[in-house]
Design a protein. Structure first.
Length: 511
């Protein structure tokens, strides 16, 4: 990605003054436009090899991205990164669950079935008792599929009560799919079947697809984020060290194509070692490395045997991060993004995308991040208040909230072993269960609190993406690349910052 000379000159002058800036300190000049916001394209690179339809990723925080969030992100054209404050098996199972949800909820894993010992009356009685509207039932001999009964077979039964095996369509006449098959849509279309049972090599029944579900997803596929096997794209956070190599192995076996080496300080030998391990053993996987915020730290990651497929930028800019207060380190986010871009430019590696992680509150902040070199943004607290984030809704003073916590908060680091949240912050207390004294010795770099309940993530993303498109439209740009190459940025005064916010009102009714 490239940025224009005016932006380079501006940040060069700020660097000469040892001055760092963040979102509120700049504003963007409007330009004539002949393009409607609805026609603006916001496709962007997540990594060197992966493209997203929207420039938004959900953060690998345990109060933000579980399976439901990752699935919603993929269906909206972004991607979710499953947090690692859980066991490897739990994380792997979530990855598998999300990837296999491509067929509008995925394969029906536990459809209603009947056995070879059941009769037609058993089906009729069950339909009446449960109010089922469907009349297609797999017939099993123990766990093996032997046939199917549909409405057609049931309607031609007259006075007697035969066994289902007497009227079913036998297995040899059924169209079935292997459990590893991915092109379900074309199988059903070619064979003109509305129900497709799935079996393994031993005829053991695995599940079933329905045509209505398949066609719903097929119409929306152009908007989805899919990996190159046609499954929903989902990423997983990993740590560093030998123990995490097993996590990488199991995630790779689950066909996870995107890993995020999730550390508070990405420019260190342990991170490089993990990057090299993944690239040596699983070259098909794209690896995002971070977090960094400076030119030197980025240059460190760009020197050596392998380089990251994307770089995550941001230290102590999130709403629940206290690293800057605890360690004295960190960088206002716009300067941090520019620093990373400058290093990529120096090494002639601007094809490596930048992920701006932290500090985003509004869609305008996303537009500003894109203007100085970011290709995507990672959102935490903005998405933590949605229905799809883990956790329950909390009522306080008549208002709805959801809990959000930094992965460096005390509660997050107490929850899992050193390969969970504590490992992210390089804690030495790597036991699964901590003693009272060990808990006292944790140095937290984050807090927990309540964030406003925002409803469905679909509506949140709709508003954010709409704001991005309007923002690019104000600059007369048809896409992110053109916007970045033509944008004109101004430093604004404190008075300008105040002027940009709602003001001179008796009371703000809805914000």
């Amino acid at each position: 990605m490239s940025i224009n000379n005016n932006t380079i000159k501006l940040f060069g002058k700020l660097e000469d003054q040892n001055r760092a800036i963040t979102f509120d300190e700049i504003t963007i000049e409007d330009k004539p436009s002949e393009i409607h916001p609805n026609d603006i394209i916001v496709k962007t690179k997540l990594t060197k090899n992966i493209t997203l339809n929207i420039p938004i990723i959900s953060s690998c925080m345990d109060t933000v991205t579980g399976g439901d969030m990752a699935l919603a992100m993929a269906k909206n054209g972004g991607v979710g990164i499953i947090h690692r404050n859980m066991s490897t098996d739990e994380q792997v199972n979530i990855i598998k669950w999300v990837r296999n949800k491509i067929h509008n909820g995925g394969m029906i894993e536990k459809p209603i079935t009947f056995s070879v010992s059941h009769k037609v009356s058993d089906i009729h009685n069950s339909i009446k008792a449960n109010g089922w509207s469907f009349t297609n039932f797999p017939i099993l001999d123990k766990d093996k599929l032997v046939g199917m009964v549909s409405r057609n077979e049931l309607e031609f039964v007259e006075d007697d009560d035969p066994f289902l095996t007497d009227i079913m369509i036998p297995l040899e006449r059924l169209v079935v799919a292997d459990k590893h098959e991915t092109d379900i849509y074309n199988i059903m279309k070619k064979n003109k079947v509305k129900k497709l049972p799935v079996i393994d090599n031993n005829n053991v029944f695995v599940g079933m697809y329905t045509w209505n579900d398949i066609t719903k997803d097929n119409k929306s596929k152009s908007c989805y984020s899919l990996d190159n096997s046609g499954r929903f794209l989902v990423g997983a956070a990993i740590g560093v060290g030998d123990m995490e190599k097993n996590r990488v192995k199991l995630l790779a076996n689950a066909d996870c194509r995107l890993l995020v080496i999730d550390t508070s300080h990405g420019a260190c030998k342990a991170v490089k070692d993990m990057l090299y391990f993944i690239k040596d053993n699983y070259p098909i996987i794209d690896v995002i490395v971070g977090n960094v915020a400076s030119y030197d730290s980025t240059m460190y990651l760009l020197s050596g045997k392998y380089v990251p497929d994307a770089i995550r930028c941001g230290i102590s800019v999130g709403s629940i991060c206290t690293t800057r207060r605890v360690t004295g380190h960190g960088m206002p986010q716009l300067t941090a993004i520019y620093n990373v871009w400058k290093a990529l430019y120096t090494m002639n590696m601007t094809d490596i995308p930048i992920i701006a992680d932290g500090g985003i509150r509004y869609s305008g902040d996303i537009v500003k991040a894109l203007s100085v070199g970011a290709s995507t943004v990672m959102l935490g607290s903005v998405l933590a208040g949605t229905d799809e984030s883990p956790g329950n809704i909390v009522i306080s003073n008549g208002h709805k909230y959801k809990m959000v916590r930094g992965m460096g908060s005390r509660s997050a680091m107490e929850q899992r072993d050193g390969q969970g949240s504590r490992g992210r912050y390089f804690s030495n207390n790597n036991n699964i269960q901590l003693t009272i004294n060990q808990k006292k010795k944790i140095v937290p770099e984050g807090i927990e609190g309540l964030t406003k309940y925002r409803g469905s993530v679909n509506s949140v993303l709709y508003n954010l993406v709409g704001g991005i498109k309007v923002g690019l439209g104000h600059s007369g740009a048809k896409d992110i690349t053109e916007f970045r190459e033509t944008v004109k940025i101004w430093i604004q005064s404190t008075a300008g910052i105040i002027e940009a916010e709602p003001h001179d009102l008796h009371k703000i009714i809805d914000n």
